[in-house]
Design a protein around this ligand. Structure first.
Ligand SMILES: N[C@@H](CCC(=O)N[C@@H](CS)C(=O)NCC(=O)O)C(=O)O
Length: 226
């Protein structure tokens, strides 16, 4: 299997955690995509994923899977013992819903903040807004504020369960964690008073698939100074 991604980006991190959880790290070859140089918008890459985003997992038979959720479903079910996407209908439904909420309420607004409030990936990817754009990303600013507000909902959920979909972690928690790290790296100031969320983050970072890797191996550092 081959993965096209860029180490240190939030969506690459999501899949790298899945690979570690499933013990699949060694069965995958990585190819780095230069996101700042817009390699993800080149014709050869768009033939793999017309959305022009990473990661993409290419299987031995040539099938190219994009979207972290689809890639996670595939990897989690390869050994017939899914642990991140649920095994009963109830678990699957709940995990899918929580995962999507982590995207809608956090990852997507943070991504909009990154692309429309700060310089993001730069001129090769977003030429239409250079250089006049600086400081004018009002919509991006509003999306950043939404991401901050939405964190309270996750805090409330995590007050009465250790992980978003219950007693064990799932792909929903991976998405939430990636959203938090992405937001911080993009310069969003998340409130410190959300105690249940802070405890959950410690629990998540102590998981065998994550421990010791939460620094720049997995997450972006400072995205505000490009
Ligand atoms: N919904 C997609 C999001 C993918 C995504 O936004 N990837 C980022 C890297 S973290 C990317 O490739 N960005 C390049 C661009 O926006 O041109 C997924 O789940 O895989």
């Amino acid at each position: 299997m081959k993965i096209y991604d860029r180490q240190g980006t939030p969506n690459a991190a999501r899949i790298r955690i899945v690979l570690a959880e499933k013990g699949l790290d060694r069965q995958v070859e990585f190819a780095t995509i230069d996101l700042v140089a817009a390699e993800q918008k080149a014709d050869w890459f768009l033939a793999l994923n017309p959305v022009g985003k990473t990661p993409v997992l290419v299987l031995e038979d040539g099938l190219a899977l994009s979207e972290c959720t689809a890639i996670t479903e595939y990897l989690d079910n390869l050994d017939g013992r899914p642990v991140l996407t649920g095994s009963t209908p109830r678990e699957k439904g709940l995990i899918h819903m929580m995962q999507r909420r982590a995207e809608i309420l956090l990852l997507e607004p943070v991504d909009d903040y990154f692309h429309y409030a700060i310089r993001a990936l730069g001129a090769a990817v977003e030429p239409w807004r250079q250089p006049e754009w600086e400081g004018r990303g009002e919509w991006g600013q509003r999306r950043g504020a939404e991401a901050i507000r939405n964190l309270s909902w996750f805090d409330e959920v995590l007050r009465d369960r250790p992980f978003l979909a219950g007693d064990r972690y799932s792909m929903a928690d991976i998405s939430l964690w990636a959203g938090l790290g992405f937001g911080r790296a993009a310069g969003l100031q998340f409130p410190a008073y959300l105690g249940a969320l802070a405890e959950w983050e410690k629990r998540f970072e102590a998981l065998p698939a994550v421990i010791g890797r939460s620094g720049k191996e997995l997450l972006p550092q400072d995205l505000t100074r490009r």
